[in-house]
Design a protein around this ligand. Structure first.
Ligand code: SF4
Ligand code: SF4
Length: 416
């Protein structure tokens, strides 16, 4: 199948209504049509029809997209913008417009847990020696790397702590054990309390989301196939649970990612159907009441809280109510609303590294929104957003993953 025949049907869905334009963060920053979803759809269509070959300018226009998928939430024609952008970037990559080499090297580490761990250990050392300012901006953007004792893998099995309600897999992730192991451990604990046997399957392939966003399609497909092979080897789970909205959103698309592979296509659709965000699993768990009964008020220094919707949870997975419902189950909790909780914080995977100034401009407007609410804690449900917000929220205010807030309420202390 030619690349044009893949992408043109999606671009032709666009009815040029323009509803998406004002909601798009890159359009908000520039005011240019070519930086809007509608403009990009037309650029991709012109390329597919052979009227506009890839050159540096065109590729830059496409690379400026955050793949936040906010345009998908509002589009009446159902343009699948995220998939379209991944295909366009892969085609640009095949024509020689690949990501900068250092980005590709970085992506190459994500599926090598041991090497990644050694690298994070080195970054931690440099951070502690105060040498951060000499590091590459991509490395400089990392939060403080936890001590080695906290950068550990999950056990393969964690058993239900009450009457068993089911057996699920948990997506441990590539960077999560290194930076947010505490969130992983707390997520598993909450699922155990809700009655699940939790398996963190080994080896733990990366989900491939960053590779797909960056146009490295073959690497992303390799990882999708690895997950499906693993399900065949270990036995298919009842669900694949993710506490990382970006990873979950990508795995939710494995059907599209492997649609061209007759050997895997059917199983890819089946696998994608198993993906569920941790907030949805916990909210809908038969053991939800048991979980709620264990919740206690959190210290007032954390209140009020404001929940910010990660783009890949609300726009890509349509999950909006479940995180709020779980937060509101915490006794005496005060939750206030951001004025635009579905606007992108500017993290967007590789975007914050490739476009640091624009990324910070988007964060600045979110920080202003947060300040206006008077909240003391910003709650998110995606590690990338958590890193981005943490870089801007000033102590004593703080940023927590939803899982950390729930664990605080149940365990009486923040997870470590
Ligand atoms: S994915 Fe986000 S940044 Fe890209 S065109 Fe859509 S709204 Fe704009
Ligand atoms: S909202 Fe959808 S149909 Fe309307 S211009 Fe944007 S992409 Fe096209």
């Amino acid at each position: 199948m030619s690349s044009a025949s893949i992408k043109l049907p999606s671009t032709l869905d666009c009815i040029t209504c323009g509803l998406c334009v004002p909601t798009c963060p890159s359009w908000q920053l520039t005011g240019r049509e070519s930086q809007s979803p509608r403009g990009r759809v037309h650029l991709i269509r012109a390329h597919g029809e052979g009227r506009l070959p890839f050159d540096r300018d065109l590729v830059d226009e496409l690379q400026d997209c955050l793949v936040c998928r906010r345009c998908e939430s509002i589009c009446p024609a159902g343009v699948s913008f995220g998939g379209l952008m991944e295909i366009a970037r892969e085609e640009a990559s095949a024509e020689g417009f690949r990501l900068p080499r250092k980005m590709r090297v970085m992506l190459g580490q994500l599926n090598k847990p041991k090497r990644l761990s050694v690298g994070m250990g080195s970054v931690r050392l440099l951070q502690r020696l105060g040498l951060s300012k000499w590091m590459d901006p991509a490395v400089r953007a990392l939060p403080p790397i936890p001590a080695a004792a906290q950068r550990t893998e999950l056990p393969e099995w964690s058993r239900a702590e009450t009457k068993k309600q089911g057996e699920v897999w948990f997506l441990e992730g590539c960077v999560m054990p290194e930076l947010f192991g505490r969130v992983n451990r707390a997520a598993v604990r909450l699922m155990q309390l809700a009655g699940y046997d939790v398996r963190a399957p080994k080896p733990r392939p990366c989900c491939g989301a960053m590779h797909a966003h960056g146009g490295e399609g073959e690497a992303a497909r390799d990882m999708a196939r690895a997950w499906i092979d693993m399900a065949d080897d270990l036995g298919w789970p009842e669900a694949l649970v993710s506490a990382s909205a970006g990873c979950g959103a990508h795995m939710d698309e494995f059907g599209r990612v492997l649609a061209g592979n007759s050997k895997y296509a059917e199983r890819a659709v089946r696998f994608a159907g198993l993906v569920v965000d941790a907030s949805v699993l916990l909210e809908q768990a038969p053991g939800r009441e048991r979980l709620t009964s264990k919740m206690k008020a959190v210290p007032t220094k954390f209140l009020p809280v404001a929940y910010d919707d990660p783009c890949h949870l609300c726009h890509a997975q349509g999950v909006r109510d479940e995180p709020r419902s779980l937060i509101d189950s915490i006794p005496e909790l005060v939750r206030v609303n951001l004025s635009d909780p579905e606007a992108c914080c500017g993290s967007a995977g590789l975007y914050s590294v490739m476009h640091p100034e624009k990324s910070q401009a988007l964060l600045a407007s979110k920080l202003q929104d947060f300040e206006t609410t008077g909240a003391r804690t910003l709650v998110t449900a995606n590690p990338g957003c958590q890193m981005q917000w943490t870089g801007g929220v000033q102590a004593p205010k703080r940023v927590l993953h939803l899982i950390e807030l729930l664990a605080l309420s149940i365990e009486g202390q923040l997870p470590t």
